[in-house]
Structures are given as structure tokens and as C-alpha cells.
Design a protein around this ligand. Structure first.
Ligand SMILES: C[S@@+](CC[C@H](N)C(=O)[O-])C[C@H]1O[C@@H](n2cnc3c(N)ncnc32)[C@H](O)[C@@H]1O
Length: 243
């Protein structure tokens, strides 16, 4: 781990990044779901549906939804009958998730505060590990991927949903302009928090390109790695197997 890491465009110590990411999500937790709709024009729902259709959760499976936040992915998987443990480093995000689950009448979820870099779960505990829009916020991504590999059973599957870089001509630049100019302003207007949304935009820009991240998954020990690009790679679904 280097002495300094990026927190958006700032260079900070690894400990400071983890602390600052915690502050960002504690600050946005209450407005997180409405902001997702506003920032993506509702598209995040389609990306999440596509992601879960790739996971194909089964009723006999136990799935770890890491960085599960307010539960969007876990709810979709639980509705298909899987047992889901929703984990996140941020108790505020999980708290909002538990309230949402109660309102929606979704039962059978386990909620657990965990850092993706040092999970307390035993080796070979889960059939699948999902992480949606979470991995770019993790301080030591290779370490988190190695821990994902550790907690999966043999034959278990990793699925990552995250923003990356679109190769559609002109679209990437258009998105950058929207993200740079509009998202922090919407954050200020709706959530009274411009800085957190500026970090979220900067962290998207700094995330590896689609096939570079696929290589990182392979380096963590996963085989049969695959990248599915959505909107030219603006959003990607990566997967890998624990052989
Ligand atoms: C953008 S939200 C995504 C929430 C949810 N998966 C979704 O798709 O709506 C990112 C989440 O990652 C969590 N997170 C950041 N760093 C983490 C870490 N090291 N370990 C576990 N969760 C982390 C944050 O607390 C936050 O809830």
C-alpha cells in the first residue's frame, strides 16, 4: 500500500481516505436513493437489474452483498429467494437500508458492518460476492478482491458493478461535462452537500479502464474473468470464478 492514495483528486494517507469516505456516505445516507435517481436519470435501476440478472441468484444460495449500502442489490437478490448478507463499512447507510427493507416487507436479510478489506467471515462462506458502485471507494482494492476470493466457496462467483470509461465517440466527454458541472450542483441543491458529490464524480474519473480492472480481478486469483460493458463502458459488470 503506498503512503498516499487518491480521495477523488486529493492525495491523502490511506487512513484518511477510509475516514473521509466514511464521512461522505454518512453525509449522503438519507438522500442517497433520491440522488441516485436524479444523477442517473433513473438509469441506475436498469444497470442494477442487469447486474442481478447476471448474478442469477438461486434460493439455495448465500450471497454476500458487499458495500451494500441502502440495499438496492440485496433486495433484488432476496426477491429471487437467495439468502443475502448485506455488508457495508458505514452503519448509517445500512441503517437506511434496514428501514427500507422493513417498509418494503423484505425479510431474511442479514446486516453486518464490515470493511471489505478485512472481512470477519470464515473462508469459503459464500456462493457469490456482489459489490455495486462500492469498489472504487475502497482504499486498498487489491486487498478487498483477495478477501472476496477468500470468503467464496470453490466454484463461487464474484460480480462487480462500477462506473468506468465509455468508448462511445463523444459520449465520454458529454458525460464528463454533466458529471463535473451538474452532479455537484444537484448534490448542493438536494442534499446540501456539494463536496461529497464532487468526490463521487472525481472517484469515477479515476477508476481503472474496463480491461485494466478485469486484469486486477485475475491478479486476485479469479479465473474465467469477464467484462460486460454498458453504454460503451460508462458502467461495467465484471465477473470471475473461484476455481
Ligand atoms: C455508492 S454506495 C453503493 C451502495 C449500493 N451498493 C448501491 O448500489 O446502491 C457505496 C458504498 O460503499 C461503501 N463502502 C465504502 N468503502 C467501503 C469499504 N472499505 N468496505 C465496505 N463498504 C465500503 C459505502 O459506505 C457506501 O455505502
Amino acid at each position: 500500500m503506498p503512503d498516499t492514495v487518491n480521495f477523488g483528486d486529493q492525495l491523502v494517507s490511506p487512513e484518511e481516505k477510509t475516514r473521509k469516505v466514511g464521512e461522505v456516505f454518512s453525509s449522503v445516507a438519507r438522500r442517497y436513493d433520491v440522488m441516485n435517481d436524479l444523477m442517473s436519470g433513473g438509469m441506475h435501476r436498469l444497470w442494477k437489474d442487469r447486474f442481478v440478472s447476471r448474478v442469477k441468484p438461486q434460493p439455495h444460495e448465500h450471497i454476500l452483498d458487499m458495500a451494500g449500502g441502502t440495499g438496492d442489490i440485496a433486495f433484488r437478490m432476496a426477491r429471487r429467494g437467495a439468502a443475502v448478507t448485506v455488508s457495508d463499512i458505514n452503519a448509517d447507510m445500512l441503517g437506511v437500508g434496514e428501514e427500507r427493507a422493513a417498509k418494503k416487507g423484505i425479510e431474511g436479510l442479514n446486516w453486518s458492518v464490515q470493511n471489505a478489506e478485512e472481512l470477519s467471515f470464515a473462508d469459503r462462506s459464500f456462493d457469490a460476492y456482489t459489490i455495486a458502485f462500492g469498489i472504487r471507494n475502497v482504499t486498498d482494492i487489491p486487498k478487498a478482491l483477495r478477501d472476496a476470493h477468500r470468503v467464496l466457496k470453490f466454484g463461487g462467483r464474484l460480480f462487480v458493478l462500477e462506473f468506468s470509461t465509455s468508448d462511445w465517440p463523444g459520449f465520454g466527454e458529454l458525460y464528463e461535462q454533466w458529471a463535473d458541472k451538474a452532479i455537484p450542483r444537484i448534490g448542493k441543491a438536494v442534499a446540501s452537500d456539494e463536496a461529497s458529490y464532487r468526490y463521487l464524480v472525481e472517484s469515477i474519473r479515476r477508476f481503472p479502464k474496463p480491461y485494466d480492472f478485469e486484469r486486477m480481478i485475475g491478479e486476485a486469483g479469479f479465473t474465467r474473468t469477464r467484462t460486460e460493458t454498458l453504454m460503451g463502458g460508462l458502467v461495467c459488470i465484471w465477473s470471475g470464478w473461484k476455481a
